[in-house]
Ligand binder design. Structure first.
Ligand code: ZN
Ligand code: CU
Length: 487
């Protein structure tokens, strides 16, 4: 075969996304699809590229994001594309933009406000959000979940209690409409009010509907602190009784009392995986980030404010210093800063490494693009795993790290034509320098793009060239998962 193709990458170290060791190969692409992989492929291409010394991998899939608003913004996806991320799962932790705020609500209830102000919640139905995505043409592929926290707020007048049977029915109706509109699954955020007040049975009822539709449930569990073991038990109980495909979000053990509990939780997950479809993901940092919560602040060695509506001048500063300056307690300072968000230093490196090295664990950033001084995970997660943890610290082999961002992730999401380098698969590709790749975003400078990511293609369209993000390329990505997208 000597036909010409659009892209030909020669002599790259090819990591196919299965976890297999790299082999040096050529790879060709035509019409957004990988057409051939082999040695010395014949033919020429419009874009010829020498991959010698570079690693070629499937585009990374960010399995845990809050990019719901960012994917709609033209040129908004630089934080992800610059890392080699070509697909994102949105709508996590119970939080999403559609189907709209409850009637009469003028501001989004925390933690919904992580996604923006009331204007961002402009989609009356989930299908309207999907239509807007199609209309704007996302820069990356989007796998959109609907969030239970929003459904709960819509169904209940006073959400600080378990839902009644009638309210659960209302949530189920909303869920069914969201699924019909294109939602690829359901997320819960049970650690935060108001979802914290949901009973196990409330979640179970929804999980059964998700299972019946063959979709995915992701969960920010009820407790990621000293009660994390019982939270895993509850999650596995729901997975078992509903049969739903389950993903435990950003698994971690926060605060001193929880350090080391990942030994127990991973053993529980390992046991459950013998009969259930249960996965987990992680971001590669020992600090978490979310809205301002006093319980989180009390358990942290250091708290840095990421945004504050009443006190934007305090963004980037330590809560302790702010409290001292104001001559008040930390709890009082936190109250005055609300609504806002923070970074909480509260995890043990040993748990982080243990969870990362556990074979089923996937990589997800949990980045918060709306924060004015975001946690560095937004810009750094994937190169940090590849460069810092795989190459420099040898916590896991590079091919394993790549599989946790590509092939394994696609398998969990049920994507048949992404996450692998194989003829017939979509040409989501990352060409990077395995010696140079590293995150540069830090707590001090959180929005620096990484080093070492050379070229990125989404469905065969170049979005990063010579290490630089090319804005203004809408429409490279597609909306994936969900009923509508499958039609
Ligand atoms: Zn979360
Ligand atoms: Cu999250």
């Amino acid at each position: 075969m000597t036909a010409t193709s659009e892209i030909m990458i020669r002599n790259a170290r090819l990591f196919d996304g299965t976890g297999a060791a790299a082999v040096v190969r050529d790879l060709s692409v035509a019409d957004g699809i990988i057409t051939a992989i082999g040695r010395d492929l014949p033919g020429t291409a419009a874009q010829e590229m020498d991959g010698s010394g570079l690693a070629l991998a499937p585009g990374f899939i960010d399995v845990h994001t809050h990019d719901d608003a960012m994917v709609l913004q033209p040129g908004g996806m630089e934080p992800k594309l610059s890392q080699g991320v070509t697909s994102v799962v949105t709508g996590n932790c119970g939080i999403c933009l559609a189907p709209g705020l409850p009637e009469g609500a003028s501001v989004p209830t925390p933690p919904l406000d992580l996604l923006g102000d009331a204007a961002a919640f402009r989609f009356p139905e989930f299908g309207d959000f999907i239509d807007a995505l199609h209309g704007s043409g996302p820069e990356v592929n989007v796998f959109p979940l609907v969030g239970q926290t929003l459904l709960r707020l819509r169904a209940m007048d006073r959400p600080g209690r378990p839902a009644t049977a009638a309210e659960v029915e209302r949530m189920r109706e909303d869920l069914a409409r969201a699924i019909a509109g294109g939602a690829a699954g359901l997320s819960t955020g049970l650690a935060y009010p108001p979802a914290r007040f949901a009973s196990t049975d409330e979640i179970l009822a929804l999980a059964r509907d998700v299972a019946a539709a063959g979709l995915l449930w992701t969960t920010h569990m009820r407790d990621e602190r000293s009660g994390v073991v019982s939270a895993v038990a509850e999650t596995l109980d729901i997975a078992r009784r509903s049969g739903v495909r389950t993903l435990i979000s950003h698994h971690k053990c926060c605060s001193q009392a929880a350090f080391g509990l990942s030994r127990t939780t991973l053993a529980m997950i390992e046991e459950a995986r013998k009969e259930l479809s249960v996965g987990l993901d992680l971001y590669p940092y020992t600090a978490s980030s979310t809205v301002l919560l006093p319980t989180f602040a009390r358990d942290s060695t250091k708290v840095t404010v990421t945004w504050s509506d009443p006190h934007p001048e305090m963004e980037g500063r330590d809560l302790k210093d702010i409290a001292a300056e104001w001559g008040v307690s930390q709890d009082e300072a936190l109250e005055r800063l609300k609504p806002g968000g923070a970074i909480y230093h509260q995890m043990d490196e040993g748990d982080l490494r243990r969870i990362m090295a556990y074979p089923p664990t996937l990589i997800g950033s949990d980045g918060l693009p709306q924060d004015r001084r975001p946690h560095p995970r937004l810009w750094g997660t994937f190169p940090r795993v590849l460069g810092h943890f795989a190459r420099d610290e040898a916590v896991l082999p590079l091919e394993t790290a790549i599989a946790k961002m590509t092939g394994q992730t696609a398998a969990l999401l049920g994507l048949k034509d992404r996450g692998l380098l194989k003829p017939g698969c979509k040409a989501d590709l990352v060409l990077f320098d395995p010696e140079q790749v590293i995150d540069r975003a830090s707590y001090a400078e959180p929005t620096l793009p990484p080093a070492g990511i050379r070229q990125v293609w989404v469905n065969g369209a170049p979005v990063v060239e010579d290490g630089a993000y090319r804005p203004g390329r809408p429409g490279a990505g597609t909306v994936i998962g969900g009923c509508r997208a499958a039609a």
